[in-house]
Design a protein around this ligand. Structure first.
Ligand SMILES: Cc1cc2nc3c(=O)[nH]c(=O)nc-3n(C[C@H](O)[C@H](O)[C@H](O)COP(=O)(O)OP(=O)(O)OC[C@H]3O[C@@H](n4cnc5c(N)ncnc54)[C@H](O)[C@@H]3O)c2cc1C
Length: 370
């Protein structure tokens, strides 16, 4: 039997699942297909921080982040009501700190904050930082405090999105990789996903780091490649930190269950999800530099995820050239959890042929410069 939904979404990470959530709320019929179980890739591996981890201080990108962040505040209680799943939204705040010995200490910490969508950062001296976080190293020289920054439990977030979409009638296909597409003129007429044939009105490619590979099926380059991020998880009960703490490339995210996430590397190593001695020792070293007491706490586990990276680190939300009814939503790199909410609304507008609420021109289809 051929499935004939309005929209076929390829990839059930945060980006695809958020889109299914939005489209089904608007009464559209959806098939959400993943080559494995939903939400097992980058959206699972992420730290769940609603604060950008990389510097793109352009006003348009900050507006995108801000809207993504604001929507999370609306969605979290609604998802709880609809599905009974608590996605763990908590306003932990971020402390972006520096040490005197660093190369560009204060400037780097400021750039982290400047790239965030929050206007209310305040600068603290070392004493004020340590008053807020007594477990931090006494060598900390200062910091910026962003009280608005939040965290969510990202695996629960994707689970809630998929659950809500399924309850509103979405068909969720598991172990269903997209392997083939057929076209008639400029239109996609049929897609093979696992054992299923699907003839959608429109198809959205939201396959994260794998979107670049899938571009081959459409004979179009898609500027996305995997960027590995390694993570360590430590037992920190009783809690050592209240805030999310950022310093240079490393950050600590205290979870409500007393554990602390230590993130994260950014590595261009292809589709390799290993943890390496170099990656994990870097994280543990940075974590101990921030909170010396971590040295005695149990290391629980390590993992890694593949972020969908593009050459300019910006996402793409656009129609795929040469395909009238194919849209791509991918390349969210280090901010796909925050941006999944607003991306869903923007892509919904694209699918409907409506004017999106934010300017999509920075996120148009583009080809990587060689
Ligand atoms: C260590 C780490 C920390 C991070 N921390 C944060 C953070 O704190 N905040 C933040 O906002 N972002 C963070 N990110 C980035 C964020 O995780 C990503 O930007 C986001 O998860 C991308 O979502 P996605 O749905 O595009 O991709 P994914 O979650 O990777 O989902 C893509 C899906 O497509 C499926 N798929 C692939 N090929 C096919 C196929 N052929 N057919 C069908 N399905 C297919 C995959 O199985 C997968 O489920 C972090 C990432 C990492 C790795």
């Amino acid at each position: 039997m051929t499935l004939k939904p309005d929209i076929l979404i390829i990839g059930a990470g945060a980006v695809g699942a958020a889109l299914a959530h939005v489209l089904t709320a608007a009464g559209r019929s959806c098939v959400l297909a993943d080559r494995q179980r939903p939400g097992r890739e980058s959206s699972w591996a992420a730290a769940g921080v609603l604060f950008p981890a990389h510097g793109h201080a352009e006003p348009s990108f900050r507006s995108l982040l801000r809207r993504g962040y604001d929507l999370h505040q609306e969605w979290a209680p609604r998802l709880l009501e609809e599905t009974g799943i608590d996605i763990g939204l908590r306003r932990s705040g971020v402390l972006s700190v520096w040490f005197d010995g660093d190369d560009h200490p204060r400037q780097e910490a400021w750039e982290t904050v400047e790239a965030s969508p929050f206007e209310d950062a305040v600068e603290l001296d070392a004493r004020q930082v340590l008053e807020r976080e007594p477990s931090l190293s006494p060598d900390v020289a200062g910091g910026f405090h962003c009280p608005e920054a939040c965290q969510i439990h990202n695996p629960s977030y994707v689970e809630a999105l998929v659950t809500s979409a399924a309850r509103r009638g979405a068909t969720v296909l598991v172990d269903a990789p997209l392997t083939e597409v057929r076209r008639a003129g400029d239109r996609l007429v049929e897609a093979q996903v696992g054992t299923h044939r699907v003839s959608p009105g429109q198809l959205v490619l939201a396959a994260g780091a794998w979107s670049g590979q899938l571009g081959r099926l459409f004979a179009r380059p898609i500027d996305v490649e995997p960027m590995r991020g390694q993570v360590a998880l430590t037992e920190t009960f009783p809690p050592l930190l209240r805030h999310i703490v950022v310093a240079g490339e490393a950050y600590l995210v205290p979870r409500p269950n007393g554990r602390t996430i230590v993130g994260s590397t950014v590595e261009r190593v292809g589709f390799d999800k290993s943890n390496t001695f170099e990656g994990i020792s870097f994280l543990l070293r940075e974590a101990q530099r921030l909170v010396p007491e971590l040295a005695t706490r149990p290391l629980l586990r390590t993992w890694s995820g593949l972020r969908p990276g593009s050459s300019d680190h910006l996402p793409t939300m656009d129609r795929l050239p040469g395909w009238e009814n194919v849209v791509i939503s991918t390349g969210h790199f280090r901010s796909g959890v925050i941006l999944s909410t607003i991306s869903a609304l923007l892509v919904e507008a694209l699918l409907d042929g409506r004017e999106p609420e934010l300017d999509l021109s920075p996120y148009r289809y583009r080809v990587a410069e060689s």
